[in-house]
Design a protein around this ligand. Structure first.
Ligand code: NAI
Ligand code: MG
Length: 496
């Protein structure tokens, strides 16, 4: 087992050291711009580099995607063939899960067991789920009431070339999802990884080719957001941008998309509420709430970062939560037993620390703060704050770090008032409730303002759409909706 793991890291290191080029029209392209360092956030060491693409590489990649999209081979490919190719891709991801996981751990810091769960289970499962839609995207027949004899129906046609912009917090999982949804719908695509953790995207594109997709179906351009990302979002040959990342960058993409009314899907930030009632099963709620904010060091768009705790269990819950947080081993993701890795970068580390310092200066109390390992990695203490006010920056803004803000409710407060407090956010990605009352569960499910509401649990289900209310985004990924988001609906009437 451990030898297998060591071997995976050895191979991952060797692969990273020589990969990092663009992949355009089925070929590796080094590009001309200065290369960007690939850094292991657990050590701060450079472990490789990626090409620094810009407008020229994006243009070549979009043209390759467009040529492939227009080709007879792609147009005439049977949906069943696309499905079969995607199923082969899922098998390849699964087969290479240990190596992919090691690459992810080295590049973005996620603990190896979590990376392995993504590469070995979550990723392949998402690809297989989307593969199934390739053959099930048919439209519907209408019964027109205009005079005459008509055959009236809809078709869901692929949009064309999709630009897929991926963030650094869970690159492989997000790329598996976006790539498979685009291909299932019949689009071709240009993938733009995050410059802070690009490597699993590059490996995934190699596997896309190994699976047998034609050259140009999926292209990859490395580079920074302002250079490669912006060039992709602005390109006239791109029909759809599917973006996951910060709200600010998403807003910029939305503005840019207005020029050509480019289709967009935006998965943005969150500040998701968690409500724990005094009738909750605390044995499940404590680790559920804890992992909901601390998993992936809080670098999760759907992290439950605002905890509303019932008066009657307030002290007990916080004590148990602190105990749980204290049991989570922080360290390099490569190390055996690590549950929490570093943050992605020194900048992210400073940003998180600044949020906490700001809250403390405004009177927040530190209920718990964990020890962090010494050394050069970008580790951040797991932090629980209470005595916070709803207008503090730490309560309003996405921290994207392991910081939980706790607020009290109970005594004389109605469920409606509580829900109003939980909904007091510009975001609306997810909301979580813990209770054994069917009544409270139903009311929370109905009234919490979020794209996903989970009662007594957390995690993601591909068969359900995922996306945000408010400033958490636009459109939905996953489920049938997520694949249809890469199509345009056409209405057809044939008179006879
Ligand atoms: P970002 O949104 O700038 O980066 C995400 C992706 O967008 C990367 O691939 C980046 O290269 C690309 N990008 C950046 N600028 C672009 C532009 N002008 N046009 C097109 N693409 C562009 O996020 P960043 O700056 O790395 O992280 C800052 C904060 O954003 C985090 O602290 C966190 O709060 C939030 N964030 C949220 C994510 C989520 O899943 N909700 C994911 C990543 C970041
Ligand atoms: Mg990195």
């Amino acid at each position: 087992m451990n030898m297998e793991r060591e071997e995976a890291f050895r191979r991952a290191r060797a692969w990273i050291a020589q990969a990092g080029d663009h992949h355009i029209d089925g070929k590796r392209v080094a590009g001309s711009g200065p290369r960007i360092a690939v850094v292991n956030p657990a050590t701060g060491e450079q472990i490789g580099s990626v090409a620094g693409g810009g407008a020229a590489e994006v243009d070549a990649a979009v043209n390759a995607a467009r040529d492939c999209f227009r080709s007879a081979a792609w147009r005439d490919m049977l949906p069943a063939t696309r499905e079969a190719l995607l199923l082969r891709l899922a098998d390849l991801v699964e087969l290479h899960a240990a190596e992919l996981a090691a690459i992810e751990t080295l590049d973005n810091g996620v603990p190896y067991p979590m990376a392995l769960a993504m590469a070995g289970k979550g990723g392949p499962s998402a690809i297989r789920y989307n593969a199934g839609w390739a053959r099930r995207l048919g439209g519907e027949e209408a019964a027109p009431s205009v005079p005459g004899r008509w055959h009236a129906y809809t078709v869901n046609q692929p949009l064309g070339v999709a630009g897929l912009i991926v963030p650094w917090n869970a690159p492989l999982a997000i790329a598996c999802n976006k790539v498979s949804a685009a291909l299932a719908a019949g689009c071709t695509a240009v993938l733009k990884p995050a410059e802070l953790a690009p490597m699993t995207c590059v490996r995934l594109v190699e596997l896309v080719h190994e699976a047998g997709f034609p050259a140009g179906a999926i292209n990859l351009v490395n580079g920074t957001g302002p250079q490669a990302g912006a060039a992709l979002a602005a390109h006239r040959g791109v029909d759809k941008i599917s973006f996951t990342g910060s709200t600010v960058t998403g807003q910029g993409i939305m503005r840019q998309a207005a020029d050509r009314v480019t289709r967009i899907s935006l998965e943005l930030g969150g500040k998701s509420p968690v409500v724990v009632f005094d009738d909750a099963d605390l044995a499940r709620a404590v680790p559920g709430v804890g992992m909901g904010i601390f998993a992936n060091s809080g670098q999760v768009c759907a992290a439950g970062s605002r905890l509303f705790l019932h008066d009657a269990i307030y002290d007990e819950f916080l004590e148990r939560l602190a105990g749980f947080a204290g049991s989570l081993k922080i360290g390099p993701g490569e190390q055996d037993g690590t549950m929490i890795g570093p943050l992605i970068s020194a900048a992210q580390q400073a940003k998180v620390a600044d949020f906490v310092a700001g809250a403390e200066a405004e009177g927040a109390r530190v209920v718990f703060r964990s020890e962090v390992p010494d050394g050069p990695g970008y580790f951040s203490p797991l932090t629980i704050l209470d005595q916070v006010h709803p207008d503090m920056r730490a309560v309003r803004e996405e921290i994207f770090g392991p910081v939980l803000c706790v607020m009290r409710f109970g005594a004389g407060e109605s469920l409606a008032e509580l829900i109003e407090r939980a909904n007091d956010t510009d975001y609306g990605l997810s909301a979580y409730g813990w209770t054994s009352s069917l009544e409270r569960a139903q009311v929370m499910a109905r009234d919490l303002g979020a794209g996903s509401v989970k009662i007594n649990g957390s995690g993601m289900e591909f068969a359900l759409p995922f996306g945000g209310f408010g400033q958490s985004g636009l459109g939905r990924e996953n489920a049938r909706m997520g694949v249809l988001a890469f199509t345009e609906t056409k209405a057809v009437m044939i008179g006879y």
